[in-house]
Design a binder for this molecule. Sequence first.
Ligand SMILES: Nc1ncnc2c1ncn2[C@@H]1O[C@H](COP(=O)(O)OP(=O)(O)OP(=O)(O)O)[C@@H](O)[C@H]1O
Ligand SMILES: Cc1ncsc1CCO
Ligand SMILES: [Mg+2]
Length: 266
Amino acid sequence: MDAKICAALLSRLRETRPLVHHITNTVTINDCANITICAGAAPVMAEAAEESAEMVAAAGALVLNIGTLNPAQVESMLLAGKRANELGVPVVLDPVGAGATALRTEAVLRILREVKVAVLKGNAGEIGVLAGMGGKVRGVDSCGLAGDPVETAKACALATGTVVAMTDETDVVTDGNRVVLVGNGHVMMDRLSGTGCMASSVVGSFVAVADDPLVGAAAALVAFGRAGEHAAACARGPYSFRTALFDELYRLTPEDLEEEARLEVV
Ligand SMILES: Nc1ncnc2c1ncn2[C@@H]1O[C@H](COP(=O)(O)OP(=O)(O)OP(=O)(O)O)[C@@H](O)[C@H]1O
Ligand SMILES: Cc1ncsc1CCO
Ligand SMILES: [Mg+2]
């Protein structure tokens, strides 16, 4: 895993433009659609139980995000997720707000039991809760971890059988054995609602073209983080940053990633 691989995956993503099927929240659904396009993929949002399994057959990845979950939506997620597993379509799960309410925590645990999830992408608090290692979540925000971030992410990966992508100032991507730390990103990304959801869409886009979900997830967070760094350089505040974040991901080249990726394999 190195900068060259990130660059090669971005090239492959732009050449193949995979469909990324989302079942996601109503707060950031439009941001997720557009950040997927800026990454180089094509989004579709389809959540009715009558079509969610059918739609996934055309997709390169499925992104499940429980940000504004309700029981019917969770059933659609399970139908789509099981069909994705049958077809070999990788599933990305964003456990938004897990730990904040029992409904959220239980929905995530049920999806993890019934669907083989390739990448579990959450903030530090959410991953800490799912690892059973003392994360704290208020609303959809991380209130931090009790222990070491790398050990927490590894424990979560081993407990859930997924690649965990835990976002923070330094992102930790791990399958429980291999660990990649991603340094790209900017604190402005934490001044805007939905950058975590968008990160999941970008992870879905990269995982659709990657042979290894760990490599795909790490490359996605490098690319999204690097776009955030470029965007912060010209932003006046959160909303001009938001516009710039889309533009800078769209403008990001494989050469940028080769030169500017900050990742460490530990
Ligand atoms: N302090 C920071 N410095 C650099 N990058 C950051 C920082 N905080 C977050 N990021 C980046 O922002 C993106 C979103 O991560 P974050 O952990 O804030 O998600 P989240 O809290 O789940 O987001 P949301 O609930 O608003 O959708 C990731 O790509 C992460 O790397
Ligand atoms: C603010 C918010 N509430 C539910 S989902 C969401 C978007 C960021 O996670
Ligand atoms: Mg945040």
